[in-house]
Structure formats: structure tokens, C-alpha cells
Ligand binder design. Structure first.
Ligand SMILES: Nc1nc2c(ncn2[C@@H]2O[C@H](COP(=O)(O)OP(=O)(O)OP(=O)(O)O)[C@@H](O)[C@H]2O)c(=O)[nH]1
Ligand SMILES: [Zn+2]
Length: 297
């Protein structure tokens, strides 16, 4: 048996990526009897029969699963933003960082269109430095600056894809499709017949397809479209702001949620510039949302 990853289920067949190629699999009888549900991204054991045919013998327990898109065992999410047109929506970025981290998926921030940096050099420098997202690196997030136009950073993105299952997220127009094309121009050729067959099924299924991209797998639809924060207690929100833990000194109240309380060490760190203002502003916005949601439970 060989270990593989389910790329897509379609019309009773399951396409599994294993040992560098795609296998058309049917199910072992007992899975059909049990009515076992498979998800794109499921880790499976397959038994090759002939040619590219095989049967799925075993499915491993899922490490995580997303509802939108419906996919399991995602390793990382590329959060794609653009330097300009459109400028980064930091509220959305901070929200996505929380959604992704909460389900145990590693975020990688990708800033596209960096070829446009000079065009805006006469802009207010403060705005430019925020757009460049550099401060996220100090928060221990991976940040890759790319241009699908010049090819800058594409090799580094490809390096991150290696041996991982990745989903894309990010607003419209930032260059997600351009990025996929830059990463894997030959994608259609690579999976050939199967890929074309799957494409035809696209509109008849709500399920996601993983595609072979570089030496990894990438979901074909952007994820994390919901703007809602995950359900949590108000004091848990700070866990998603790792820079708060680095602040020296203590708040006067041990129950401080760093909002309206006096003598707050976090607010002092915002004043001194140690914590980025936009991050704290979003923290306060999200805190209000979390508190409003708490009341509804
Ligand atoms: N200057 C510049 N423009 C880019 C770059 N990458 C993409 N674009 C342009 O940005 C626009 C949007 O690119 P898409 O790849 O369609 O963006 P998308 O994120 O897939 O957009 P949606 O499909 O709406 O989600 C296009 O006009 C691209 O030519 C880049 O690196 N530099
Ligand atoms: Zn505080």
C-alpha cells in the first residue's frame, strides 16, 4: 500500500496524489457500505491495481478540516494582499490571521505587486511603510514579498509550498490567480486528462479540488470567506495577538482585557510604539465583536 492525499472525489471516483502521480481510485467495499464521507485533503492508503487505477483501503484521522472550502488536513494558508490596487486591508488581514491560527493552520502573508513600490514613492511614507506590512515580520509571521509581474519572490513561495497542503485567501484583485499561474504555468499539462475531466465537473460539485503546484498541493478555491471571528471568550483574544505577550510590565488588573481599564501595560506599549497602532485598533474592534457574540450564547 502507498500513502497519498485525496485531490478530489468526482462521480464515484477518487483522485489521489501519491508518489508523484495521480491515481484514479475506487473505494474498498466496506467504505461504501459504511457510507464513509471523504474530504479533499484526506490522507489515505491506496492499493494500486493496474495502470493508474487503485483502491482506497484506509483513511487516516483528520488533523483539521474547514467547511468553506470543504477540505481536510490543511498545513498552511497563503494570505495574499497587494502593496497597491488594492492597498492592504489590515482589518481583514488581522481577522484572517485569527481564523487561520484558530484551526491550527499556519499563516504565510504574501504581499504581491511590490513592483509598484516606486510608483508611489512620493506618497506619505507612513502609509507606505504600513502597506509594506513589514511590522508583521516582527510578530513572527512569515512575510513574502512578491511580484507575479517580475517574478520576484516566486521561488520563495514555491519553497513554502513544498510537501504542504495550502489554501489561498485574500481579497479580490490582489493577484491570487496570477500567483497560481506564476507558480505552476504547466499545471493543466501535468495532470492532463484527469485535470480536464475534473474541470468539466466543476459546476456540478461544491467540493474543492487540490492541484499539484510545484512540489506541493494547493486548493483551487480561496478559503476563509467568512468574516466572522471564531467563537471564543473575551480573554482568549490576546492569544491571537502574540506581540501582547512580549510587553514588559503588568496591567493593574489581572482581569484586564486592555480596553477601557486604567493602568494598562498594553495601552502603554501602544503609546510607546512597541505595539503597532492598527493591531491594537483591530484588537479593540474584535474584542467588541467577541463580547457581543458572548451575549448571544
Ligand atoms: N503591477 C502588478 N499587477 C499585478 C501583479 N499580479 C497581478 N497583477 C494584476 O492585478 C489584477 C488582478 O489579478 P488577479 O490575479 O486576477 O487577482 P485575483 O486575486 O485572482 O482576483 P479575484 O479573481 O477577483 O479574486 C490583474 O490586472 C493583474 O494583472 C503584480 O505582481 N504586479
Ligand atoms: Zn491591560
Amino acid at each position: 500500500m502507498i500513502a497519498g492525499i485525496l485531490l478530489k472525489g468526482y462521480s464515484g471516483f477518487y483522485y489521489v496524489y501519491a508518489e508523484g502521480r495521480v491515481w484514479e481510485c475506487s473505494l474498498r467495499g466496506r467504505f461504501r457500505i459504511q457510507g464513509q464521507e471523504f474530504l479533499t485533503g484526506d490522507r489515505v492508503q491506496i492499493l494500486p491495481s493496474n495502470g493508474n487505477k487503485a483502491t482506497i483501503e484506509k483513511v487516516e484521522e483528520r488533523r483539521n478540516s474547514l467547511v468553506r472550502p470543504t477540505i481536510a488536513n490543511v498545513d498552511q494558508a497563503f494570505l495574499v494582499f497587494a502593496l497597491v490596487s488594492p492597498r492592504p486591508d489590515l482589518n481583514l488581514l488581522d481577522r484572517l490571521l485569527i481564523q487561520v491560527s484558530e484551526v491550527g493552520i499556519k499563516p504565510v502573508i504574501i504581499l504581491n505587486k511590490v513592483d509598484q513600490a516606486e510608483v508611489n514613492s512620493e506618497d506619505a511614507t507612513a502609509e507606505n511603510s504600513i502597506s509594506s506590512l513589514d511590522f508583521y515580520q516582527n510578530l513572527h509571521y512569515d512575510l513574502i514579498k512578491v511580484s507575479t509581474r517580475t517574478g520576484q519572490g516566486i521561488a520563495e513561495v514555491r519553497e513554502h509550498l513544498k510537501d504542504k497542503v495550502t489554501v489561498l485567501a485574500g481579497p479580490s484583485g490582489v493577484g491570487k490567480s496570477s500567483l497560481v499561474n506564476a507558480l505552476e504555468p504547466g499545471f493543466e499539462l501535468k495532470t492532463g486528462e484527469i485535470s480536464r475531466k475534473l474541470k468539466r465537473g466543476r459546476h456540478t460539485t461544491r467540493h474543492v479540488e487540490l492541484m499539484v503546484c510545484g512540489e506541493g498541493l494547493l486548493a483551487d478555491t480561496p478559503g476563509f470567506s467568512s468574516l466572522y471571528l471564531p467563537k471564543m471568550k473575551r480573554e482568549e483574544l490576546t492569544l491571537f495577538f502574540p506581540e501582547f505577550a512580549d510587553v514588559p510590565g503588568k496591567c493593574r488588573f489581572t482581569s484586564c482585557v486592555h480596553h477601557k481599564e486604567p493602568d494598562c501595560a498594553i495601552k502603554a506599549a501602544v503609546e510607546s510604539g512597541q505595539i503597532e497602532k492598527s493591531r491594537y485598533e483591530h484588537y479593540c474592534l474584535f474584542l467588541e465583536e467577541v463580547i457581543a457574540a458572548e451575549r448571544r450564547y
